[in-house]
Design a protein around this ligand. Structure first.
Ligand code: PHE
Length: 467
């Protein structure tokens, strides 16, 4: 992408993606990541399967999709970082400039997310070498479990890989290899998709629990649903789609006027959701074959897929490839998490991207120590019954991102004039609102805010919904 935006002597020069595909690739790169492969299966497992998945899909369609459109359109209108775009667009609409606070909120959420994201991506880095060394070949569930446990028990190893991953992220955000990475992603992502499909194929052919896995994912047992699980499903939708903290706003600011926001966002949501479901289809049959616990927690993927990979012909090759691709998927997400902050500092202070990226990376690295130690030295230390990692994840995914999303929805639905959003979405059909525009506006004004509001109030114990 055109990777810099600068304030120069009062004139604003801002580059754009070279094409619609450039935007879709970058935004899909942001959305598809550990959230799909690592987090979706384990939170689904922890929350009982089918009913959770159904709520998750509803959240994607009714809340995630309209809010992603809102973020992208605010960004394209503002042409700046989330903080500046919010202030500018608020000004244009004659609204309070304090709306920029949503952008600030996103910067804070981004730091917290990056801090633990990098530690988990570090697990994937470590697993590249485990896979390459042949450690998974013909291994049984106990051996694989011990490999995973050994990694978590070692603060030194976790720290090392966390450091490597943050450095990779900073390196790209600083401006180094973004163009190259994007070109690479356009090849690697489809490869990843095919490899995941192959793993689903393996699960379907080589296990006799494929049906059980499918049933777990898709046949809903509503007795497993509580206010809390609905909140987690909604939080997962925000996390997986990279919503609520300004990433899509930042990426939207690089989007050329001619590109259709609705169609691009639809493609991104479909891609992200398919990858999550495919990951679930690959993993749950294995969980049942090997008698593992669906609710085993964050280690689920790292304890199941190596089993399958270890029994596959060419397992060393495919296993190594899988974790390399997982790291790349995480990498394109982590750079997007830093983007809003770096973009803002560059606009505001004219400081070079390199400096900001390094400083921000150091800050996230330090915060990441909490996550590193929460898996070993401090694993007994709990607040509200959660380890520090669980707390940071809960706070961001389930509280901060939905709140940020709520504010973006209110801003696009109620603060911005109808004519402004209609213009951005190109939804004028011969002098009349197009049908999709009417639907979008209904979702973003009523359905998303009311939905988020009810779920949050309920989970804070302020109201009780039946069920
Ligand atoms: N969507 C990314 C994933 O699924 C994570 C992410 C969250 C990225 C928030 C940016 C912002 O892995």
């Amino acid at each position: 992408m055109g990777n810099s935006s600068k304030m120069e002597a009062g004139t604003f020069r801002h580059e754009h993606w070279s094409s619609r595909l450039g935007f879709i690739l970058a935004a899909t790169g942001s959305a598809v990541g550990l959230g799909n492969i690592w987090k979706f299966p384990y939170v689904t497992g922890e929350n009982g399967g089918g009913a959770f998945v159904l709520v998750y899909l509803a959240c994607i369609a009714l809340v995630g999709l309209p809010i992603m459109m809102a973020e992208v359109l605010i960004g394209r209108r503002g042409q700046r970082s989330p903080i500046h775009s919010m202030r500018l667009v608020a000004g244009q609409e004659g609204a309070w400039s304090g709306w920029q606070i949503v952008g600030w909120f996103g910067v804070v959420a981004g730091f917290i997310i990056l801090s633990f994201y990098s530690v988990i991506a570090g697990w994937s880095l470590a697993y590249i070498f485990e896979a390459a060394s042949g450690a998974f070949v013909a291994a049984d569930a106990k051996t694989i479990g011990a490999i995973f446990g050994g990694l978590l028990d070692s603060p030194g190893r976790l720290l090392f890989w966390h450091t490597v991953f943050i450095s990779m992220t900073v390196f790209v955000v600083a401006g180094g290899v973004r163009a190259g990475l994007e070109r690479a992603v356009s090849i690697l992502m489809p490869t990843f998709f095919l490899l995941m499909l192959a793993l689903v194929g393996y699960a379907a052919i080589a296990t006799d629990t494929f049906g059980q896995g499918v049933a777990f994912l898709f046949s809903p047992d509503f007795s497993k649903l509580s206010g809390e699980t609905v909140l987690v499903a909604m939080g997962q939708a925000f996390f997986s789609l990279s919503l609520g903290m300004g990433v899509m706003l930042a990426y939207g600011s690089y989007l050329p006027q001619s590109v259709s926001i609705g169609r691009s966002v639809f493609a991104i949501c479909v891609a992200d959701t398919s990858v999550a479901l495919i990951a679930g289809l690959a993993i749950f049959p294995l969980v049942f074959t090997y008698g593992l616990e669906p609710g085993a927690g964050p280690g689920l993927v790292f304890q199941t897929l190596p089993l399958a990979l270890g029994h596959l012909g060419g397992g060393v090759f495919f296993g190594t490839l899988f974790f390399v691709l997982l790291v790349v998927a995480g990498w394109t997400s982590s750079i997007s998490i830093l983007e809003p902050t770096v973009q803002w500092v560059e606009e505001r202070f004219g400081i070079r991207r390199v400096t900001t990226a390094v400083l921000a990376g150091v800050a996230a690295w330090l915060l990441g120590l909490l996550t590193v130690f929460s898996f070993n030295l401090w694993s007994e230390f709990k607040i509200w019954d959660k380890t520090l990692f669980e707390l940071l994840d809960y706070l961001t995914s389930n509280i901060m991102l939905p709140l940020g999303g709520l504010l973006f929805a209110l801003f696009a639905g109620w603060i911005m004039a109808k004519s402004s959003t209609r213009q951005e979405l190109g939804a004028d059909c011969r002098g009349k609102d197009s049908r999709s525009f009417i639907l979008w506006r209904f979702l973003v004004r009523y359905v998303s805010p009311v939905g988020i509001g009810l779920v949050m109030l309920h989970s804070l114990g302020l109201i009780t919904l039946t069920g």
